[in-house]
Every structure is written in C-alpha cells, then in structure tokens.
Design a protein around this ligand. Structure first.
Ligand code: GTP
Ligand code: MG
Length: 138
C-alpha cells in the first residue's frame, strides 16, 4: 500500500469539478485519507514548486496556483503514485489518453486540473509540506 499527494488545481475548483475528479480517483481504487481546501499563498506555491524555479513557466505556474482555491489531498492505494498519474493523464491534455482527468477536464498544459507526486521521495516530501501526521487518517 502506498500514499501519494494530489492537488485539484484552481481551474478545476473554479469550474466546480472537485467531486467529478475525486470520483475518478475512487473509481481507480484510490482512497482519500486526508483532504483540505486552501488558498495557497505565493510563498507556499513557490516553495512547493521550487524544483521548477529555473523553468521559463515558473512565474506563470505560481500565479496560476494562487489564482483560486485548491484541494490538497493524500491518496492511498496499491501503487498509488503510478495509478494516480495514470488517472491524471499526460501533462498536456492534448497528449492525454481518453478517460483521464486531464483529457476530460484540463484547459491547457498550464491549467491542467491536477497535480500528482512523481516518485516515493517526492510524495513523502509533498505530503509533509502540507499535512501533519494527525490530519492523515488511513
Ligand atoms: P505535476 O503533477 O503538476 O507535477 O505535473 P507533471 O509532472 O505532469 O508536469 P511537470 O512536473 O513537468 O510540470 C509541473 C506543472 O507545471 C504542470 O502540471 C503544469 O501545470 C505546469 N507546466 C508544465 N509545463 C508548462 C508550460 O509549458 N507552460 C505553463 N504555463 N505551465 C506548465
Ligand atoms: Mg511533476
């Protein structure tokens, strides 16, 4: 059993797609074991995406992530990290497979509805960045 960190991004919360996205996770066998709706601060967004700070789209990414509420979650399940990325689909919705969250809901490569951790180490770091142990109930 594995845990991963997920963000439902502002483009999705603004369009009231939170429930539809969570259903995709649950249908894939992922369980929501922690959840909070927040308005990220600029400092949080810059810290969370620090690995991307040299990328040309960093400023745009941070501005987008603080443009509205996000829903941060911990998802648990068999192979949760890979399974979550499968359900999310490719970063650019144009390249995402049919039935994935990004294919169905994402607006663009930037406004792509969801974030999901990409490896066990980043999953652990990202979960710790936003959640205390007692907020996670498996
Ligand atoms: P995450 O799960 O969010 O990490 O997505 P990813 O691993 O599929 O993509 P990556 O780590 O390469 O990029 C992180 C995030 O930066 C993406 O999810 C996008 O929101 C954003 N991003 C990536 N490429 C671009 C781009 O070319 N333009 C803009 N505006 N945003 C981008
Ligand atoms: Mg990534």
């Amino acid at each position: 059993i594995q845990r991963t960190f997920s963000i439902i991004k502002p483009d999705a919360t603004k369009r009231n797609l939170t429930g539809k996205i969570i259903s995709k996770f649950e249908d894939a066998g992922l369980r929501v074991i922690a959840s909070r709706r927040i308005q990220m601060t600029r400092e949080q967004a810059e810290g969370f995406y620090a690995v991307h700070k040299e990328r040309p789209f960093f400023g745009e990414l941070v501005d987008f992530m603080i443009s509205g509420p996000v829903v941060i979650q911990v998802l648990e399940g068999e192979d949760a990290i890979a399974k979550n990325r499968e359900v999310m689909g490719a970063t650019n919705p144009e390249n995402a497979d049919a039935g994935t969250i990004r294919k169905e809901f994402a607006l663009s490569v930037g406004e792509n509805s969801v974030h999901g951790s990409d490896a066990p180490e980043t999953a652990a770091e990202e979960i710790k960045f936003f959640f205390k142990d007692e907020e996670i109930v498996g």
